[in-house]
Design a binder for this molecule. Structure first.
Ligand code: 6R9
Length: 681
């Protein structure tokens, strides 16, 4: 029997837990084979003799695999009767139907029953050296008080609560409190502007928002409550805003606002968990697509939690008692799956990182690794590239001997950054796992581990599909590429429990985006290369989505904002290779006829607009004013050509025969050169 923290359960307090414990026992008497040594959840599977065979079975007989794992890994109050009911051609995905459970019970109560004093969260606050620890017992108490508070304020099962908070314990408790009472959460990254927040609140139809008075990051204070005040002015659905105090500075409270900590103290520390169906909504999370409108991807209870927990355990080789340090913000899927749900489902100690990699100096991460004794460190290539430039001394200053695994996520990691991460940060001892996945996939799909402990890891390659993941590459005709040493569009041929179920309020867009391009397959939007050995390497997006410092942004979203400027006739935004951010934002702007403005002033204005309407990271690094854009005869902007121009790859412009007016390209090239030389001087 798998127990989350190595202790034996002495007593079980609630009937809910008693029932769930019984479901563990349900499988414990089965026959064992040596698979149990590396994956106890799979011990009951007949005829599986090793890791490779298990991987094979997880795809060829995925129902048996996921059924066994789901029974072992999760606490159910009612067992599921149907493992899966999926039809990718219709975008229908259902897992573990008939099963009932509560995600917060799985993340908290079962660990409290066995090890109440185990530390659940270490909050690495922005102020260095002021970390705070919260045990599982304390986190459960916080969650229960908050759950009761939300219930008292009429938040019901099925409602959606928007959370606009920095990474902090109360944000985690807010997510879990929603899960406890059966409400969905919609965490919005606290770097998003009031307009972006408002759009997400409206789309999610939230009547409740949870925020903090102020955020603190990199020594700077941000006025999060004020941003919420501005946002809710255009959100008629919002009835109440809970405000927690991150700093001591008071903020103006209106009749709509509720002082969160004060009210929590009045609540009971016991909160009856809602009994949820496997396919009830757990959360929405907005992400960028290739249109101007962000999409609210929907994840459900059991499948998501199971997949987050299993990947957390096996990709990072997490073991009982380890301190897991994922430095992502909770506003992104990485924060959801590997700061909150995966680690907590596994009874881990998880780090909440509130700061930046260079605050107060570029040794911040490694100082934290030493102080908190972090065993697995999971970060983004953009931060690694930035730190690499500051030199090895910032790493070597600190003791990193606790580190066992290093992870990378969010964008391709270039070989130089990978090597530095491996050689300097990990002293050449720790496997580096380049993990490929998406908001849509719920958890890691391709990563070098799990595999045999001495199996090779190729720098900069995600390499091996996880259990139950069946990737395929498609050619331009929509045919599956069967050979190796080939590139194509990355699709998944089989459903898995962690995948998103729909786009909130827009199932048709879900089908059109992910299932219609290659009928019967899930299309990831990424391109990939499969090596001679069969390893996967992600080559980048195939659509108009760019990736700035690991943040996904649709070029159309930026164009929408730029086009709102009265002086602008039209614009085209493309990504270009940036040495630290991975990709930078390059905007081509055509002004309306007769407009007489200083380009520098207008550039400043456009940058300000993008920061205000979306977020700072989306603001263009370069704005090139042009008389016209290269278009096809049917009037489509030839972005492919613009991308080549900004990469200075004039040899690679490709077929220009469909261009309406080839002279437009020459103008664009000259304008680009002028902008570059101005920037150099
Ligand atoms: C988890 C996350 C998803 C997009 C994805 C891809 C890129 C993520 C990557 C990677 C190369 C990796 N991406 N991990 N590209 N190698 N290891 O980042 O989710 O914000 O939804 O972004 O990020 O392009 O499609 P999300």
């Amino acid at each position: 029997m798998w127990l989350p923290c190595g202790c034996t359960s002495k007593y079980v307090a609630s009937s809910f837990a008693r029932r769930t414990l019984a479901s563990y026992l349900h499988v414990s008497g089965r026959s064992r084979c040596n698979v149990a040594a590396f994956m106890p959840e799979a011990a009951g599977l007949e005829g599986v003799s090793g890791r490779a065979a298990l991987r094979e079975l997880s795809v060829s007989n995925s129902e048996s695999f996921w059924a066994a794992v789901a029974r072992h890994r999760l606490c159910w109050s009612t067992p599921f009767h149907t493992v899966q009911d999926c039809d990718l051609s219709r975008g229908k995905i259902k897992w573990f139907e008939g099963g009932k459970l509560n995600v917060s019970v799985n993340c908290l109560d079962r660990h409290v029953h066995t090890c109440p004093e185990r530390v659940a969260l270490i909050w690495e606050r922005d102020e260095r050296g002021s970390e705070m620890k919260y045990t599982y017992g304390e986190l459960l108490e916080m969650t229960c008080r908050l759950g009761n508070l939300l219930r008292r304020h009429s938040v019901k099962r099925g409602d959606c609560v928007t959370i606009y908070m920095p990474t902090c314990p109360l944000a985690v408790a807010s997510m879990l409190a929603c899960a406890r009472i059966g409400a969905a959460h919609n965490v919005v990254f606290a770097g998003f502007s009031a307009d972006a927040l408002a759009e997400r609140i409206r789309d999610a139809q939230s009547s409740t928002v949870i925020t903090v008075n102020q955020g603190v990051r990199g020594g700077k204070v941000t006025e999060l409550k004020k941003t919420v005040d501005t946002a809710v002015q255009s959100c008629p659905t919002v009835k109440q805003v809970f405000v927690a105090m991150r700093t001591d500075n008071p903020v103006t409270m209106t009749a709509r606002d509720i002082a969160m900590e004060e009210e929590m103290l009045k609540e009971d520390v016991v909160c009856e968990p809602a009994v949820m169906n496997s396919e009830d909504v757990l959360f929405l999370l907005y992400t960028s697509g290739s249109t101007g409108k962000p999409k609210g991807l929907v994840h459900t209870q059991a499948g998501y939690l199971l997949y987050a927990a299993l990947t957390h355990r096996y990709v990072f080789s997490y073991h009982d008692g380890d301190v897991f340090g994922c430095v992502a913000d909770i506003g992104w899927i990485t924060g959801h799956s590997y700061v909150v749900y995966g680690p907590l489902a596994n009874g881990a100690t998880t780090v909440l990182f509130e700061s930046t990699p260079i605050y107060p100096d570029p040794g911040r991460y490694w100082d934290m690794v030493e102080r908190l004794k972090i065993n697995q460190f999971y970060g983004a290539p953009t931060a690694i590239r930035l730190l690499l430039k500051y030199g090895d001394q910032w790493v070597n200053k600190y003791d990193r001997s606790t580190l066992k695994t290093l992870g990378s996520v969010g964008e391709p990691i270039n070989t130089e950054a990978w090597e530095w991460y491996h050689r300097v940060v990990g002293d050449g001892r720790c496997p580096v796992v380049d993990t490929w996945w998406q908001t849509e996939t719920g958890g890691i799909c391709i990563a070098p581990r799990p595999s045999d402990p001495d199996a090779e890891i190729v720098p900069g390659m995600a390499m091996r599909p996880f259990f139950g993941i069946n990737p395929v590459l498609m050619d331009t005709e929509g045919e599956v590429l069967t050979s190796n040493n080939t590139s194509g569009a990355l699709c998944m041929a089989q459903p898995w429990p962690g995948m998103a179920r729909t786009i909130h309020n827009n199932h048709q867009r879900f089908i059109d985006t992910y299932f219609q391009p290659y009928p019967g397959y899930f299309f990831t939007g990424d391109g990939a290369y499969r090596s001679e050995e069969g390893y996967y390497q992600i080559t980048g997006r195939l659509d108009d989505v760019i990736n700035v410092s690991g943040h996904r942004i649709g070029t159309a979203e930026i164009e929408d904002v730029v086009n709102q400027c009265p002086a602008v006739a039209e614009s085209a935004v493309v990504g270009y290779t940036h040495s630290i951010k991975g990709q930078g934002v390059y905007a081509f702007v055509v002004l309306k006829k007769g407009i007489d403005v200083q380009e520098a002033d207008l550039s400043r204005q456009l940058n300000g607009m993008v920061s205000e309407k979306i977020a700072k990271y989306a603001s263009p690094d370069f704005i090139q004013f042009a008389k016209r854009l290269p278009k096809t005869r049917s009037g489509k902007i030839m972005r492919r050509v613009l991308r080549k121009v900004v990469e200075s790859d004039l040899e690679g412009l490709g077929d220009l025969s469909t261009l309406d007016d080839p002279a437009a390209v020459q103008e664009i090239i000259q304008g680009h050169e002028k902008l570059l030389s101005k920037n150099r001087s």
